[in-house]
Write a protein that binds this ligand. Structure first.
Ligand code: SF4
Length: 262
């Protein structure tokens, strides 16, 4: 007992202060790739190497569209873009309430995100119970979600905790491309969660099917099966990105960090 206390005093407080202060991100962390559409003369090489088809390009290569909901942040587009128009940043606060907000293009057409119901935010904003649903993920997202409960990220300091039953939950945190085997289970879990409820799609797979896409075995994203309130890009999203998306969902953060935001 004495040794435990001694160690605790020696270690001090390890809990990160994010989101009050900026997150400490490793030099090597790969976040959102940034695209300078004006300088980007030919997007075809990037589109060819992109493993998830996140870059759609016109025949002459002059105009392109990038979907962050498909992006796995591999950085290959930056490597092949010799004009320096693509750069890998360390940005991770990318959660959005509208799927269309995750798509950027040369025209940057504006879309207005679906406003989360203010009543839901008022009811759930101060204390939140989350049921995590693995709808066929590789468990990469789960590893990051588990980290939310460690002493460094300590999500309980926000009054947010994970529960075992959807009947006790306010929010479903769903990972994976939604395999056909999990589709019914996801629908039933959604129906079992009492109103008002929120659904957050986690990672490239949860948003769009990611590297798996839509095929004989997967539905291609959570919103193909149940309504989604917030999308958190990443492959997998780091714990701070998850925290950002969850707090955004319950209205405890300004809608910041959106790639489309001017
Ligand atoms: S960083 Fe994203 S957009 Fe670029 S090649 Fe990788 S998956 Fe595609």
């Amino acid at each position: 007992m004495f040794k435990i206390l001694q160690k605790s005093f020696k270690t001090g407080i390890v809990t990160a202060t994010y989101p009050k202060t900026a997150a400490r991100v490793s030099e090597n962390f790969r976040g959102r790739p940034e695209f300078d559409f004006e300088r980007w003369r030919d997007a075809r090489p990037a589109a060819e190497v992109c493993p998830t088809g996140a870059i759609a390009v016109s025949d002459d290569g002059a105009s392109a569209e990038v979907d962050y909901g498909l992006c796995v942040f591999c950085g290959q587009c930056a490597e092949v873009s010799r004009d320096g128009a693509v750069r890998v940043t360390r940005e991770f606060e990318l959660a959005a309430t509208d799927r269309r907000d995750l798509v950027v293009s040369a025209t940057h057409a504006k879309t207005i995100g679906r406003k989360l119901d203010e009543n839901i935010r008022r009811v759930l904003g101060r204390s939140l119970a989350i049921r995590q649903v693995d709808a066929g993920s590789c468990n990469g997202c789960e590893l990051e979600i588990v980290a939310l409960n460690n002493p460094v990220h300590d999500i309980e300091r926000f009054g947010i905790h994970f529960v075992a039953s959807p009947r006790h939950a306010d929010m479903l945190l769903v990972t994976g491309p939604v395999t056909r085997n999990m589709e019914l289970a996801l629908r039933k879990t959604y129906d079992a969660t009492p109103d008002p409820k929120l659904v957050v799609a986690v990672g490239a797979c949860g948003i769009s099917g990611g590297i798996f896409g839509t095929n004989y075995a997967t539905r291609g994203g959570v919103d193909q099966v149940i309504p989604v309130d917030v999308y958190i890009p990443g492959c997998p999203p780091r714990p701070e990105a998850l925290l950002h998306g969850i707090l955004l969902a319950v209205g405890r953060l300004a809608r910041s960090g959106n790639p489309r935001r001017p």
